[in-house]
Ligand binder design. Structure first.
Ligand code: ATP
Ligand code: MG
Length: 569
């Protein structure tokens, strides 16, 4: 995309507040009118839908304004980080359709530079080694309304600080024995400015730097400086970092020697109803086997949504729909489902599948006869063409599409009533067969040979149309239906109750006796379909085998959830 978007003839949408800032900066030639954003995940878990919002925002802005985006791993917590996470994050960003500038970057690439900067701060009297315990440090920091108390070592000499810091680096002290703190302002109303810790001792193996370091910079010390080293212009983060901004600016100002300065901009994080959005908590679900891994189709992770059948376009559209704002809110899960329906509607091939089968014998259809009928692959897309589907004397229909004692307005199958079999014929139910216990085991019907293709031969009207598959041609498959992973709208929002209390233990329903149209047999992993009347389904990438696909329901056709809620309200 070009940077002269103002020349575009597309209808103009109102700019969001970040676009306004960027346009203003370009107009003022700030940072030479460059736009370089970054997406800075910590590789301590798989990305979730909240990260997708941040990715779309950062990469989207750069595309919009002719800039670039860096992918930088914020890997300053060695114990929690892993290369498995690095790989999954790269895959997810690419899958969403974005390319970062050059190679991926790591905060750990800057450990030497950061260390040098820490020494510079010490030399300038802006940092000191402190031996207070965490409890003492908290006590000395005090409360926002009253000035804190100076650490006893706050005014030790530059030489002593330098010596101690170098010995910290050399591994002479135990973990927790001392830290390096920035010397800023113990009376600041912003607690982050009360001499924040910038380096701590950790005898931890790092997934990239190995055992080279036993001191690690903390997030605040690494983040803004990494932005600076890379020449980032707009450093977009979630609102909770707003209180870190004075520290971000203080540190960058200590470091910079030109006009260039990265700008931190905060936006409201994505919260989604009926789920959680924290890698730490998602990890708990994985570790305790509440789900089938990070990519379980019920997980709000990008990999889980992919397995469930969400498409990159649907997630990008979702990000577009929800927009960016500075006020926290909770987005309804229905919005995400709307976004995927919108996309799959355009692309998914329509097929027929019966999830809870009951056999119907069409008594006036010749035995051993079969015929192939034409079906439309996608009414939304003529180029998708048509296919032939087999019909025979015995078919399966959905058990739910028959009712023995039907009310007047029931338009599906009941004894004596006529329905249309999609793409096939009109049939009239003639008889119900039951077992000794009174369960319906089979239905008998007759068909009208003149109604081929489901067209009325004489203008008579048939209200109901149901789907079906031919018994000898259908194949048996497993279909998985998902419900919300939590049965509370904000599982994370209860102060005294663990979020796991709200896990919905009936969120996975495995249907193993489903009868599918033969063309589905060769469905490839992650191939999308609409099972007529039932929803959008996607071949599972983990359990499908060649010739034996397993399907996940991505989403139902209509927003049944909203309806249920309406009814309950
Ligand atoms: P989590 O608590 O889920 O681990 P995090 O903020 O610690 O999230 P990071 O890996 O540090 O995760 O985040 C990478 C980027 O994604 C950051 O810029 C962060 O602001 C952004 N981000 C994380 N969660 C959300 C969210 N729910 N909505 C929007 N952006 C998010
Ligand atoms: Mg984090």
């Amino acid at each position: 995309m070009s940077s002269d978007h103002s020349a575009s003839t597309e209808p103009k949408k109102a700019l969001n507040f970040i676009e306004q800032i960027v346009e203003e900066d370009i107009k003022n030639n700030k940072n030479n009118a460059r736009v370089l954003t970054r997406f800075p995940p910590e590789p301590n878990g798989y990305l979730h839908i909240g990260h997708a919002k941040s990715i779309c925002l950062n990469f989207g802005l750069a595309q919009q304004y002719g800039g670039q985006t860096n992918l930088r791993f914020d890997d300053t917590n060695p114990e929690k980080e892993d290369t498995e996470y690095v790989e999954s994050i790269k895959e997810d960003v690419r899958w969403l359709g974005f390319n970062w500038q050059g190679e991926e970057l790591y905060a750990s690439d800057y450990f030497d530079k950061l260390y040098e900067f820490a020494e510079k701060l010490i030399l300038e009297g802006k940092a000191y080694v402190c031996e207070l315990t965490p409890e003492q440090m908290a006590e000395y920091k005090g409360v926002p309304t009253r000035p804190g108390k100076d650490s006893p070592t706050r005014n030790r000499s530059v030489e002593e600080n330098l010596d101690l810091f170098r010995r910290m680096k050399a591994g002479e002290f135990k973990e927790g024995a001392c830290v390096l703190r920035a010397k800023i302002d113990m009376a600041s109303p912003n607690m982050h400015m009360r001499d924040p810790i910038i380096y701590r001792i950790k005898f931890a193996h790092h997934h990239r730097t190995g055992d080279k370091w036993c001191i690690y910079p903390n997030y605040d010390f690494a983040h803004g400086q990494s932005d600076y080293f890379e020449g980032i212009t707009h450093s977009i983060c979630t609102l909770e970092f707003e209180v870190h901004k004075p520290l971000y600016n203080w540190l960058v100002d200590c470091l910079r020697d030109t006009d260039y300065k990265p700008q931190q901009i905060e936006f409201a994080r994505l919260n989604l109803s009926y789920t959680i959005m924290s890698k730490r908590r998602l990890l708990e679900l994985v570790k305790n086997n509440f789900v089938d891994g990070w990519d379980d189709p019920r997980m709000p992770t990008i990999s889980g949504l992919r397995r469930r059948g969400f498409t990159p376009a649907s997630l990008r559209n979702f990000a577009e729909i929800i927009g960016v704002a500075r006020r926290e809110n909770v987005i309804e899960m229905g919005v995400l489902e709307y976004a995927v329906r919108e996309d799959l509607n355009k692309h998914a091939k329509r097929v027929m599948a019966v999830l809870d089968p009951i056999k119907v014998v069409i008594t006036n259809y010749p035995e051993n006869q079969e015929e192939w009928l034409e079906a439309v692959n996608n009414p939304e897309d003529e180029s998708a063409g048509t296919r032939q589907i087999p019909f025979s004397r015995e078919i399966y229909i959905e058990r739910e599409d028959f009712m023995e004692n039907a009310p007047k307005k029931y338009f599906r199958l009941t004894v004596g009533a006529e329905v249309r079999l999609r793409y096939a014929y009109f049939i009239t139910c003639t008889e119900v067969i039951k077992d000794a216990a009174g369960n319906i085991t089979e239905l008998r019907a007759t068909y009208d040979p003149e109604s081929k293709g489901g067209k009325s031969p004489d203008g008579r009207k048939v209200k109901g149309t149901i789907h079906w598959v031919s018994v000898p041609h259908a194949f048996n498959a497993e279909v998985r239906i998902y419900d919300r992973l939590f049965n509370d709208a904000e599982p994370d929002g209860h102060a005294d109750v663990d979020f796991k209390t709200f896990i919905n233990h009936n969120s996975l329903q495995v249907l193993s006796n489903c009868k599918l149209e033969p063309c589905l047999k060769d469905a490839g992993a992650l191939e999308h379909f609409q099972f007529e009347r039932l929803g959008y389904f996607t071949a599972d990438s983990k359990y499908s085998k060649p010739g034996a696909p397993v399907f996940n329901r991505t989403v139902s056709l209509k927003d049944t959830w909203a309806k249920v809620q309406e009814k309950e309200a």
